[in-house]
Design a protein around this ligand. Structure first.
Ligand code: URP
Ligand code: ZN
Ligand code: ZN
Length: 459
C-alpha cells in the first residue's frame, strides 16, 4: 500500500520545508521535493502544515479514582485523541496496593487490547517498592514499560513515602528508567482540607484554596533532592505554577537531570474559573488551577526549555453522577478533567498564533520531546525516512470552535466550551492509514498497537 502526501509544508522540531512524502505500508519511505510516484492514495496538502502526530504522554483511560472510573475507555479516549491530532498516548497503569507491579500492567493490557484507535504505551503508577523489587521493575522495562509514576499526594490511595520513592528512583536510575513524580505535599494538604471542611467550606473553589503552590513547590524540591541522592533522573508531571517551576529551573541550572511537563489547563485557565458555585467542579483537578500570573511564567518555561513537554493529564469525569459525588464536599469530587482532543489546536493557537513559541517548538512540545523522553524516538515524534507514518495535515488558517456538542470525548462538558481557536486538524494518519478525514473517524477499535518503549534519550 502506497500513500503520497503532496505539496505540504513539512514542519518538525527542527525542519520547515516544502516536499512530498511517500508512505509505504506503515512507514515513511521517501521524502522529496517533487515525487512523481504512483500511489494507492494521494493526499493534497497544499497550503497545509504537515506535522508529526501528537504524542500525549499523560492520560488516564478508565482509571478507578475517587469512587468512580474516568469516563473515557481506551476506544473513546484514543478516538478522541485522533480527532485532535494525537496519534500516540502513554497511559498510566496502576499497581494497586498489595498487588505486584506486573498485575497492574496485565490489568491495563486487558483494558486496552483490541480497543485503541491509535498506538499506545503504558507507564506504571507504582504504589509500593521494596528492596528486591528492582527485578520486577527491570522485567517490566524489558517489556517496554520504562517509566514509573510515584505520588507524594493522595494519602492512603497512591501516596508513596520518601523511602519508597528513594528505593524506586535508585532502581530506575541504575537501568535508565524514568520516575515521573506527582509532586505535592499530600500529607499537609490533607490537614488543610480537614480544617476547611470543619469551617463549612465545601464548594469546588476550596479544592484550589487547600492546595497552595508552596505544597507543590515543596514536593518538586523534595522529588529533585531524593532523585539527586538516588542518582536518578526525575520527570515532574503536570507542573502548574511558578513556585514549582523555579525549583526545576534551579536544579537544571545546576546540571541535575530534572525534566517537567505542564498541561493546557494551567496555561489557559486560572483559579477564577472555579467561581462560587458547583460548576467549578469541572476544573477540580490536581494540582488545581492557579492565579493567572503563573501562566506567563509557564510559557516562559516552555520557551526556555525548563519545561520540555505539554501533556494533557486527560482524566475526564462527567458532571452528572461523577463530579456530583462531591456536591456537598469538594474533597469528594473526582479529580481530573478532559482535554486529549483539545491539546494540539489549543497549543498551536495559544503558542504559535499568539507568538509565545515558534512553530518548531510547538511540534517539539506536543510530539518530539515526549518521543525522546519516553523512548519512542525516532519511530515516533518526527517526519523522517524510516519513521512511522503518524502524520497530521493541519490547516493553520482555519478556525475551530470547541464545544461538547461536537467533541468526541465521553464526557458531558468541554473545558473550553465556545472557545474559538485558529488551527484545525484536518487529516490524521496513524502508521500510514488515514484515521481521521472530513471530520470522520475512518478507523476502528484495535487499530492501535501497544508500543514497547525504550529508555529516555535525554539522560
Ligand atoms: O486531577 C488529576 N490530575 N487526576 C488524575 C490523577 C493524577 O494525579 O494525575
Ligand atoms: Zn498526578
Ligand atoms: Zn495524571
Amino acid at each position: 500500500m502506497k500513500t503520497l502526501i503532496k505539496n505540504g509544508r513539512i514542519v518538525t522540531a527542527v525542519d520547515d520545508y516544502r516536499a512530498d512524502i511517500l508512505i509505504e505500508d506503515e512507514t515513511i519511505s521517501v521524502i522529496g521535493k517533487t515525487l512523481n510516484i504512483e500511489a494507492d492514495v494521494v493526499i493534497d496538502a497544499a497550503n497545509k502544515l504537515v506535522i508529526p502526530g501528537g504524542i500525549d504522554p499523560h492520560t488516564h483511560m478508565e482509571l478507578p479514582f475517587g469512587g468512580t472510573y474516568s469516563s473515557d475507555d481506551f476506544f473513546t479516549g484514543t478516538r478522541a485523541a485522533a480527532f485532535g491530532g494525537t496519534t500516540t498516548i502513554i497511559d498510566f497503569a496502576v499497581q494497586t496496593k498489595g498487588e505486584a507491579m506486573t498485575a497492574g500492567v496485565d490489568a491495563w493490557h486487558k483494558k486496552a487490547a483490541g480497543k485503541c484507535a491509535i498506538d499506545y504505551g503504558f507507564h506504571l503508577i507504582t504504589t509500593e517498592f521494596e528492596d528486591g523489587d528492582e527485578r520486577e521493575m527491570y522485567r517490566l522495562m524489558d517489556e517496554g514499560i520504562t517509566s514509573f509514576k510515584l505520588f507524594m499526594a493522595y494519602p492512603g490511595v497512591f501516596l508513596a513515602d520518601d523511602a519508597t520513592i528513594f528505593r524506586a528512583m535508585s532502581a530506575a536510575g541504575n537501568r535508565g528508567g524514568l520516575i515521573c513524580m506527582h509532586a505535592e505535599n499530600g500529607i499537609v494538604i490533607n490537614e488543610i482540607i480537614k480544617r476547611a471542611l470543619a469551617q463549612g467550606r465545601t464548594a469546588p473553589k476550596y479544592h484550589a484554596l487547600t492546595r497552595p503552590t508552596i505544597a507543590e513547590a515543596e514536593g518538586v524540591h523534595r522529588a529533585i533532592a531524593i532523585a539527586e541522592m538516588a542518582e536518578s533522573p526525575v520527570y515532574i508531571v503536570h507542573l502548574s505554577c511558578t513556585d514549582a517551576l523555579n525549583q526545576v529551573r534551579e536544579a537544571r541550572d545546576r546540571g541535575i537531570a530534572t525534566f517537567a511537563e505542564t498541561c493546557p489547563q494551567y496555561l489557559f485557565h486560572s483559579i477564577e474559573d472555579y467561581g462560587e458555585g458547583f460548576e467549578g467542579a469541572k476544573y477540580v483537578m490536581t494540582p488545581p488551577l492557579r492565579e493567572k500570573h503563573n501562566q506567563a511564567e509557564l510559557w516562559k518555561g516552555l520557551k526556555m526549555d525548563d519545561l520540555q513537554v505539554i501533556s494533557t493529564d486527560h482524566c475526564p469525569f462527567c458532571m452528572k453522577e461523577q463530579k456530583e459525588l462531591g456536591k456537598d464536599d469538594f474533597s469528594k469530587i473526582p479529580n481530573g478533567a478532559p482535554g486529549v482532543e483539545n491539546r494540539m489546536s489549543l497549543i498551536y493557537n495559544g503558542g504559535v498564533v499568539e507568538n509565545r513559541i515558534s512553530l518548531n517548538r510547538f511540534v517539539e512540545l506536543t510530539s518530539t520531546a515526549a518521543a525522546k523522553m519516553f523512548g519512542l524516538f525516532p519511530k515516533k515524534g518526527t517526519i523522517a525516512v524510516g519513521s512511522d507514518a503518524d502524520i497530521v495535515i493541519f490547516d493553520a488558517e482555519k478556525e475551530h470552535t470547541f464545544g461538547v456538542a461536537h467533541e468526541h470525548m465521553n464526557v458531558d462538558y468541554s473545558s473550553y466550551e465556545g472557545w474559538t481557536v485558529k488551527g484545525k486538524v484536518e487529516t490524521v494518519l496513524s502508521r500510514g492509514r488515514v484515521v481521521i478525514e472530513n471530520g470522520e473517524h475512518k478507523g476502528k477499535a484495535g487499530d492501535g498497537q501497544f508500543l514497547k518503549r525504550g529508555t529516555c534519550v535525554n539522560i
